[in-house]
Write a protein that binds this ligand. Structure first.
Ligand code: GLV
Ligand code: MN
Ligand code: MN
Length: 420
């Protein structure tokens, strides 16, 4: 068969998605189901073990690096050529879907199996990777594994990151689950190109009836942890004027973020995703709040403006309410533009396969935005039903998964140089 006529087997891809999804499965009340496989938990380990077993079954050479990234290689015919890499992540948020990340990794395995089945060799090696802690929900920042892989964060600093929920140290958890690998990180052997298939996680493709999103880049991301310290007091006896109440302040910050986004307009979005109150009791004015603010914008100057305004608001709030407010930057990534040539190839292959396409930015963060620092990179998006993601009801139709994986296959084959 000619390489241009090769197609993936959607049944195999769906089977793997389902089997991986069984690990850390969460069932909703209406038949919807998703996943909790927070980075470096026991469920993440089980997911990793399964995917590594599949990699080995396919005869791939599996390498695990010092931050736990797993990279499996199918050899090429020309050992002097750098590999083409496809990948994504298999960790999830605590209430995640079963496609976010998993699709990109398992589509990579499906490409390997398709090439094997048709006995197609390639000049360049093909690598299928999953990167540690893409979500950042347990260990900030997000895209941590791919960030270290490209040399954007020192390994030691990454290993010392402390979990938001349980106070565990990333390096200890990596050792505990058996994924502190021997391969040095950052990598000494950058790929020739990186491609990532992902669900859109937003409403645009579905709303416009388009099958393939040709991703031109990723918007800027800013995560801030805000700690507000006041004074614990009796809820019944303490006059309002004598309170130093972090619980009230958390509400004020949340409201401010919504108003700020409205005022800035454009592509600005803002989220308060986490508020932890201490001691969290009905009749006690809280003594402390730890909360997070997630700000994103495709325009970095506008994002800086939003960050500055938040900072000024917090300073004023501290004075007005008699509380102490400190902040810590959990993540800060500038907007990223993907390689125009690679982006064009995604579009060309998608059109050749007969799919409707649309160029678009990514609202979510992806490992691809880190890989773009070291090699030509592009992404393929498929529609998300109802635009839902980071929700167990996240869903993408099989026909769209198949389209996305076939586009990925064809783009990758072009980069690999099929030798029949
Ligand atoms: C990662 O999924 C992010 O965009 O938060
Ligand atoms: Mn993802
Ligand atoms: Mn995600």
């Amino acid at each position: 068969m000619e390489p241009a006529d090769l197609r993936i087997d959607i049944g195999r891809l769906l089977d793997r998605l389902d089997e991986l999804g069984e690990i850390g499965r969460i069932d909703g009340p209406n038949g919807e189901w998703g996943n909790a496989r927070l980075a470096l938990t026991d469920d993440d380990r089980a997911g990793r073990d399964l995917v590594v077993a599949w990699m080995r079954d396919l005869g791939l050479d599996v390498a695990i690096d010092a931050i736990g990234n797993v990279i499996a290689t199918r050899v090429g015919t020309d050992p002097s050529l750098a590999p083409v890499m496809v990948g994504s992540h298999i960790d999830t948020v605590g209430t995640g879907g079963r496609f976010d990340g998993n699709l990109g990794v398992l589509a990579g395995l499906e490409i390997v199996e398709t090439l094997d089945q048709h006995r197609i060799g390639t000049a360049r090696p093909l690598q299928v990777a999953f990167f540690t802690d893409e979500e950042g929900a347990r260990f900030a920042p997000d895209m941590l594994g791919s960030l270290v892989y490209v040399g954007g964060m020192p390994l030691e600093e990454a290993l010392d990151v402390i979990a938001a929920d349980d106070g565990a140290r990333l390096g200890d958890e990596l050792e505990r689950i058996g994924y502190a690998g021997p391969v040095p990180c950052p990598t000494a052997t950058p790929p020739a190109a990186y491609l990532e298939l992902h669900i859109e996680q937003g409403p645009v493709l579905e709303a416009e009836g388009i099958t393939i999103g040709v991703v031109e880049g990723v918007q800027g991301i800013s995560w801030t942890e805000v700690v507000i310290v006041g004074r614990s007091a009796h809820a019944g006896t303490t006059p309002m004027r004598l309170r130093r109440d972090p619980g009230y302040c958390a509400g004020a910050v949340t409201t401010f973020v919504r108003e700020l986004v409205g005022e800035l307009g454009g592509g600005q979005v803002g989220t308060v995703g986490r508020i932890d109150l201490y001691p969290n009791l009905v009749n006690v004015v809280a003594s402390r709040v730890v909360m997070t603010v997630d700000l994103r914008n495709p325009d970095d100057d506008a994002l800086e403006e939003a960050e500055g305004r938040l900072e000024r608001f917090l300073a004023e709030l501290a004075v007005a309410e008699g509380v102490e407010i400190s902040t810590r930057r959990l993540a800060r990534f500038e907007p990223v533009a993907f390689d125009p040539v690679m982006v064009g190839r995604v579009e060309d292959h998608a059109r050749r396969l007969g799919y409707s396409t649309r160029r678009m930015p990514s609202g979510a963060g992806h490992d691809a935005q880190m890989l773009a620092r070291i090699c030509p990179t592009a992404m393929v998006f498929t529609p998300s039903v109802g635009g839902l993601s980071h929700n167990i009801a996240e869903f993408t139709e099989a026909v769209d998964l198949e389209a996305g994986a076939n586009v990925l296959l064809q783009v990758v084959l072009g980069e690999l140089g099929a030798v029949g």
